[in-house]
Design a binder for this molecule. Structure first.
Ligand code: FSO
Ligand code: SF4
Length: 548
């Protein structure tokens, strides 16, 4: 197998025997075949778009299918086999429509036909072997191709979430096909590949803007909110992942029950949305920490657990019978909940919750705050600016991104602990669970630790940075703001490309650099953007505070 798409990749080199995430070579093979089929669909979708034929179904399908191939989303071979069939069916249908308008000589890839009577795994592996063979002469170009592909996956997942909330951007969809089609272009120079990678960043910003609009127009702008970490007695359901729409559907279906709903992992920021808070008082608290601790958290939770997106780990036998997946997520043997009239039917989960023990005891109150998204922060920008001008706030740090199991991620905890008292830490995504319950206090009325939201809210963090730059009347790179990011999967790659597209410099990235980037490609990004690997918390803090 060949997979290098995430930070967890084996020995920092690439997963070639078995996925460090638990993905088998067989699942990897069918995922590769699916991605190849999406690449084969891309030129047909682009041609249809050019001719003004409707492509929305293909666009949405492509985004959802790419999402399923991301790290820790779906481990079910049969699921991928169905998606492969669907991709080919959609392609042939579009070709028939195009043939009614014009004659096209399709490139070889657009004529690719999987053998559904043979091994799909082998076919996927053979296609990847061919791709790797063709990459031998030029590792830098191959690295950039992977950067574009992985970034496009992240962008597609944002576009999928936005679509679920009724927000779509045809430009993003079209670019998704262009990025996939580019993998088969052999005449692009290094500079053109770099430009394409930055275009992924540009389009990802649009996809994230759609998602932000979807969230805020449906559930209101997040407001600062206190979230209990101590469970309360009663029947309980735990919801993990990122999908707020799926959480809202469960809340609606449990509205008149006595069941309390808890968030897990990246759903913590859901508590900040006014329309969820007001309508669903049984959306009570948060349970557990980041995704990589789920085998411990889920095993202890006395109710069913629903996973709406990544990061799903291969489940442990102590909880697999009351674990449920929805949407693009899947694992063999785990119940995937049905969707009826566009809404997930949670009846099975609700009846399971009623038969499980639930929480039986009161525990000592503990709480955290969330909801410091762009509206909440920028509405007090005058106070923030005054505090900076009066020297009360010296510096802002955005310490955000993904968490993971490796011990070198302790860097981020130590970094936050060492941030001086006159500095503010903004955070987002699951990396925050290393420090989210620390009491960092306030500077005047401004909390020193501001949870902007999920990794899906990176748009909000970007708007805060741009809004502050605007208020201070300076370039964003001149702000007293440093970005110290941790990455794990492909959404983080898309967000990094967006930050580079916006010209943001001096980003520190860790805990390790992407295995798929060659030293040459990294040097190119380092030279242009001063993108740099993290070093030690002390060294990096000192450098950030002196503007380096
Ligand atoms: Fe984390 Fe997982 Fe949100 Fe990622 S739960 S690691 S970047 O999928 O999406 O931050
Ligand atoms: Fe390895 Fe990450 Fe790929 Fe899983 S997703 S197989 S851990 S590189």
């Amino acid at each position: 197998m060949f997979c290098e798409q995430c930070e967890q990749t084996a020995s920092g080199q690439g997963c070639h025997q078995w996925g460090a995430c638990g993905k088998s070579p067989a699942v990897n093979g069918v995922q590769d075949l699916l991605v190849y089929c999406l690449r084969s669909l891309a030129p047909v979708a682009l041609k249809a778009g050019e001719l003004g034929l409707p492509t929305l179904e293909v666009d949405r399908f492509t985004c959802e299918a790419l999402f399923t191939t991301m790290t820790n989303v779906n481990f079910d071979k049969r699921y991928f086999a169905n998606l492969i069939r669907h991709a080919i069916a959609l392609r042939e249908d579009l070709k028939t429509q195009i043939a009614q308008v014009t004659t096209v000589e399709w490139p070889e890839i657009a004529q690719y036909q999987p053998d559904f009577t043979g091994s799909l795994v082998e076919q996927g592996e053979n296609l990847t072997a061919r791709l790797l063979e063709s990459a031998k002469g030029n590792p830098d170009i191959f690295a950039l191709k992977l950067l574009v592909l992985y970034g496009a996956k992240g962008m597609a997942s944002y576009a999928f979430h936005a679509y679920e909330l009724g927000q779509e951007d045809p430009e993003v969809y079209q670019f998704c096909h262009e990025a996939l089609h580019a993998i088969d272009r052999h005449n692009l120079s290094l500079e053109e590949w770099v430009a394409l990678a930055l275009k992924v960043g540009e389009m990802n910003l649009k996809a994230m803007a759609c998602l932000d609009a979807g969230h805020t127009q449906t559930y209101g702008h997040p407001v600062p909110t206190t979230v209990p970490l101590n469970p309360k007695p009663g029947k309980a359901i735990l919801v993990s992942g990122h999908d707020i729409k799926q959480l809202a559907a469960l809340l609606e279906q449990t509205l008149d029950s006595d069941i309390t709903v808890y968030t897990h992992g990246e759903l913590l920021p859901a508590h900040g949305y006014p329309q969820l808070k007001e309508r669903y008082p049984h959306l009570y608290g948060h349970y557990g920490t980041a995704w990589q601790n789920q085998t411990r958290d889920f095993a202890k939770f006395p109710g069913p657990v629903v996973i709406t997106t990544n990061c799903l780990m291969p489940p442990h036998e102590t909880y697999e019978e009351h674990l449920y997946t929805v949407g693009p997520v899947g694992f063999p043997g785990i119940i995937h909940l049905p969707t009826i009239d566009d809404t997930v039917d949670y009846s099975l989960v609700i009846s399971r919750a009623k038969t499980m023990k639930g929480f039986t005891e009161e525990t000592e109150p503990r709480q955290v705050m969330t909801g410091f998204a762009r509206n909440a922060v920028l509405s007090v920008s005058d106070t923030i600016i005054d505090a900076v001008k009066q020297g009360k706030i010296r510096h802002f740090f955005l310490v955000g991104g993904c968490d993971g199991a490796k011990p070198d991620r302790n860097y981020y905890t130590e970094f936050v602990e060492k941030v001086p008292q006159d500095c503010v830490v903004m955070t987002l995504a699951c990396g925050k669970f290393r420090f989210f319950d620390q009491q960092l206090g306030t500077i005047g009325d401004i909390p020193r630790l501001l949870d902007v939201g999920q990794c899906n809210d990176a748009y909000s963090a970007i708007q805060i940075a741009l809004g502050l730059a605007n208020a201070f009347e300076m370039d964003v790179n001149q702000l007293p703001l440093s970005m110290v990011l941790s990455w794990y999967e492909q959404k983080a790659i898309a967000v990094l490309l967006t930050l580079l597209y916006l010209g943001i410099k001096d980003i520190r990235l860790g805990p390790t650099l992407p295995a798929f980037l060659t030293p040459n490609v990294f040097k190119l990004l380092a030279d242009t953007y001063n993108l740099q690997p993290i070093s030690t918390p002390d060294e990096d803090l000192a450098a950030c505070l002196t503007g380096r």
